[in-house]
Design a protein around this ligand. Sequence first.
Ligand code: ZN
Length: 185
Amino acid sequence: MPTSFPARADLTVICGPMFAGKTSELIRRYEAAALANLRVRAFKPQRDIRYDPSAVVTHAGKSIAATAVESPSRILLDGLGAELVLIDEAHFFGSPLLEPVLGLINAGHSVVVAGLERDHRGEPFDPFPRLLCEADTVVKLTCPCARCGAAAVHSQRLIESSERIVVGGAESYEPRCRSCFVPGK
Ligand SMILES: [Zn+2]
């Protein structure tokens, strides 16, 4: 995929199931922007501290510096100093992420948002319905279904929970295609 340097005021959404490489794609864009001497900031939700509280880290261990924020409003405040703003695990923020993302774009910034567009039931995961509507560019990533190897579009939860958000890695989720996916309750 070609690296596109940020134009002013644009939104890119990177989505797809767990293990599809969303964070790797975010890190690739961070590194490309840093090489081009752009001011770039990365943010992630405070609750996602699976690997490192001050970094965005892939499942394979690659990382960039990131600010863990409790409230999405902090992203608008801190992001105004950057030309490119990257946000990982956007589904953890829910609808409150829309205001800072749209605020940054309206202020002329380039924003890249990555996360799960579907929840464990296969239903749209806020804030993605609106983000996908606002996006200038959508990158939908996939990876092989853990059961059959077809293209995965869902994140199958492997543990019992009715909570919409359960932070976890390979012990808790696996990518599944439409046929192999069993919607969570
Ligand atoms: Zn399958």
